[in-house]
Design a binder for this molecule. Structure first.
Ligand code: SF4
Ligand code: SF3
Length: 551
């Protein structure tokens, strides 16, 4: 195996042993490479067919789901990937036939395309195992680095698109881009400049995908508003729900209401409480535990069943594995998988509910509240107060500390930054990175909490909108002139997409940690540093000092 898609890759160069740091086995890693390999074939033929006026949405959806399924900590099941590869090959072959029928030019244009179009699985497997990551046999290290940026950005984009699709929103434009970008990744003749443009284009379509999900979420569940979420427990059995899928949460709340079973959110499901729509469910009790990586101990003490609706799943311990349920693209052999909903129906969570009835109430970990719900509309509603505070100097700077949390000890940096930032600063956050400081008492400025949580990583778009709104209010010609710094933490591929989207929107001087992506070549890293001012983190003290001076 070789995998270097997440921040916890071994030695910041890649996981290449029998198992990745995340627990992904070599077998699953290779199968994921194969899955993506087949998806590139689908992208190739789908783009050719599209040029001839044939659009296959089912193929686009399949590719989208596969990009999402191969995101870090989503699916660890060889059985799932074997099935998907066969399904993908048949989709690819029917697209190829559609191209013949539509009179497409079957010869080109990609010189390396033939290697990628092998018909039988074994040939695809051999082709995929040739290079690092299965696709890297073409091009030098800079080509590979740019291809990685695109591929990982696409995985992040797929997550946004999949969540929007679950709510009933889709964009043909974004689907067509994803297929074309995958096709371009099979093209060994692309120059570095062309690949760099593709990276920025991925950011551009990333913004569209983020906007799509933002409107899907607020259309279905209302605009997030300031909310206090309980962190304690009550004396009834519970179900813990994790991941990012709000439609799954809705189905679960409908099916548990009136049963005497409480639903607790975990990790990235915390921001669900901020949506007005879910207020009517009095059995949506509170949030339990911390960020994704604390699940091994949180699930142990929770005592009841746990539903994973998306990443991040940590391979479950034997002691509680029987209580772990997966759904959507999440999978782990030995855990019960809840099937997708049929059109117009809910998913059937009765097995989880039956198990919950036999379980003890959760053990209390803490007692308190987390405040959040500062997505764009809520912040815009506070705009007068915020602008006044900036003008009076009560707020000197905003620091965006969004992104992911992770296991690495060095991530305590983010807790320290939050604690040590001057009291006239406000932290804007989204994603599970917030668990490094969202339970600290950092006070408020004129009634505005010093940590403004916009929501999930899926809501990072809100932070960009807030920044663009501030630019407008202050009459600035450049968003980089705002009293705003970025100190972002990354772990998985949605964070890659968010970074590309921010670069596309013109944000510069972003601090990225705890380490710069190991999949970047030195030359590509240099371009990011020189052209966009991206930088790594140093110490909390030095970085705070630099940020306060606008650097
Ligand atoms: Fe390693 Fe991350 Fe890949 Fe897992 S997802 S194998 S930890 S690089
Ligand atoms: Fe977290 Fe996995 Fe990225 Fe959604 S739950 S931000 S890491």
């Amino acid at each position: 195996m070789f995998c270097h898609q997440c921040q916890e890759m071994m030695k910041n160069s890649g996981c290449a042993a029998a198992k990745g740091v995340c627990g992904k086995t070599a077998e699953v890693s290779d199968l994921q490479d194969l899955t993506l390999h087949v998806c590139k074939g689908i992208g190739y033929w789908a783009s050719k067919a599209y040029a001839k006026g044939v659009y296959d949405e089912a193929a686009a959806l399949f590719v989208d789901r596969m990009l999402f399924a191969t995101i870090t900590n989503a699916n660890f099941s060889p059985v799932d990937f074997e099935g998907w590869i066969l399904e993908g090959l048949s989709i690819r072959d029917s697209l190829r036939s559609a191209c013949v029928k539509a009179g497409a030019d079957m010869a080109g244009p990609h010189p390396d395309a033939a290697t990628w179009m092998a018909a039988d699985l074994e040939a695809v497997r051999v082709a995929a195992s040739k290079g690092k990551g299965g696709w890297a046999e073409i091009g030098d290290e800079n080509v590979k680095a740019l291809q990685s940026l695109v591929l990982y950005g696409l995985k992040g984009m797929a997550a946004y698109v999949e969540h929007a699709y679950a709510i009933g929103k889709k964009s043909q434009e974004v689907f067509v881009f994803m297929l074309r970008a995958l096709s371009d990744l099979t093209d060994g003749s692309k120059t570095l400049d062309q690949l760099t443009s593709l990276v920025l284009e991925t950011g551009e379509y990333g913004v569209k995908a983020m906007a799509l999900l933002d409107s899907a979420n607020s259309g279905a569940y209302g605009s997030p508003r300031i909310t206090k979420v309980k962190t304690g427990v009550r004396d009834r059995p519970g179900i813990l729900i994790s991941g990012h899928d709000l439609v799954d949460l809705h189905d679960l709340l409908e099916q548990t209401k009136g049963t005497g079973i409480d639903v607790y959110t975990h990790g990235e499901m915390l921001p669900a409480h901020y949506y007005p729509f879910f207020e009517k469910y009095d059995n949506l009790y509170g949030n339990y535990g911390g960020a994704w990586w604390t699940q091994n101990t949180d699930i142990e003490t929770f005592g009841g069943p746990v539903l994973f609706t998306s990443n991040c799943l940590v391979p479950p311990k034997e002691s509680y594995k029987h209580r772990v349920f997966t759904t959507g693209v999440v999978g782990f052999d030995g855990c019960v998988h809840i099937a997708d909903r049929e059109p117009g129906k809910m998913k059937d969570f009765s097995d989880i509910i039956e198990m919950a009835k036999t379980c003890p109430p959760p053990q209390e970990l803490e007692k308190g509240e987390i405040i959040g719900g500062f997505a764009h509309d809520q912040v815009f509603a506070l705009a007068d107060t915020v602008v006044e505070a900036v003008k009076s100097g009560a707020i000197q700077r905003f620091v965006v500390m969004a992104g992911c949390d992770g296991r690495q000890k060095g991530r305590s940096y983010y807790t320290e930054v939050a604690e040590k930032l001057p009291e006239n600063t406000v932290i804007l956050t989204a994603g599970c990175a917030k668990y490094r400081y969202n339970k600290l008492d950092l006070g408020s400025i004129g009634g505005i909490p010093r940590v403004l949580d916009a929501g999930q990583c899926n809501d990072s778009y809100s932070l960009a909108l807030v920044a663009l709104k501030l630019k407008e209010i202050f009459g600035l010609d450049d968003v980089n002139k705002l009293p705003l710094s970025f100190d972002i933490a990354w772990y998985e591929q949605k964070a890659v997409l968010v970074l590309l989207a921010l670069l596309y929107l013109g944000f510069k001087n972003i601090r990225l940690g705890p380490s710069l992506p190991g999949f970047l070549s030195p030359a590509v890293a240099t371009v990011l540093v020189e052209k966009f001012g991206i930088k790594g983190i140093t110490t909390p003290e030095a970085d705070i000092e630099a940020m306060m001076q606008g650097a």
